[in-house]
Design a protein around this ligand. Structure first.
Ligand SMILES: [Zn+2]
Length: 194
């Protein structure tokens, strides 16, 4: 592998990202909601801060995050530090500050802008594909969570019913089926007596 030294100017790239913000679908991007009581007049209207976008993202009122926009940054940097292992360069550093620096791995050092850009473009596409797959999987997981809680609550209702039945039996009270039967009989009788 080609070796570089302090002072060499090389090309590298990073994959950056920006949040993809869309107008909040609850307050229509205004970050405020007008609340009016049912049957009230315009004078009863009140303006309240939209809970949805202010809670999910307080820095950008009226907007919510809908994934990320990835972009490629290609630039030239000067090598400011070289770490060696067994007398061979193992890591290059640039932008060295008093207690921080950026690290360059061997696969991200290029002699020309074109090389850095070509390799960077491939990684950018891979990042986008991975992010899209993550998005799909997150949406799927959300659906699974909803389906799971639906099943969970249905199971809890069935179990609670069994518990109620048990305690009713202990007290010699009629079962829920018996109650349901009574309701049905009563309404049938009422219909007949009309
Ligand atoms: Zn909102």
């Amino acid at each position: 592998m080609k070796e570089y030294k302090i002072g060499d100017k090389i090309w590298t790239y990073t994959i950056g990202w920006d949040r993809h913000l869309i107008p909040c679908f609850v307050c229509n991007g205004s970050s405020w909601i007008i609340v009016k009581p049912v049957g009230g007049s315009d004078a009863d209207e009140q303006k309240v801060r939209c809970e949805y976008c202010s809670r999910t993202d307080s820095e950008t009122p009226g907007r919510v995050n809908e994934g990320y926009d990835y972009k490629l940054n290609v630039r030239q940097v000067e090598i400011e530090g070289v770490e060696t292992t067994r007398n061979k360069p193992s890591e290059y550093k640039y932008n060295i500050q008093s207690c921080s620096w950026n690290t360059l791995s061997a696969g991200k050092i290029f002699d020309s802008e074109k090389e850095a850009s070509d390799v960077g473009k491939v990684e950018l596409e891979e990042t986008k594909v991975r992010a899209e797959a993550d998005n799909i999987s997150r949406k799927k997981n959300t659906l699974i969570t909803h389906a799971w809680s639906l099943g969970y609550h249905q199971r809890m209702i069935r179990e609670c019913r069994k518990t109620v039945e048990y305690h009713r039996k202990c007290l010699g009270l009629p079962t829920e089926e018996y109650d349901a039967w009574l309701v049905k009989i009563n309404s049938t009788l009422k219909e007949k007596n009309k």
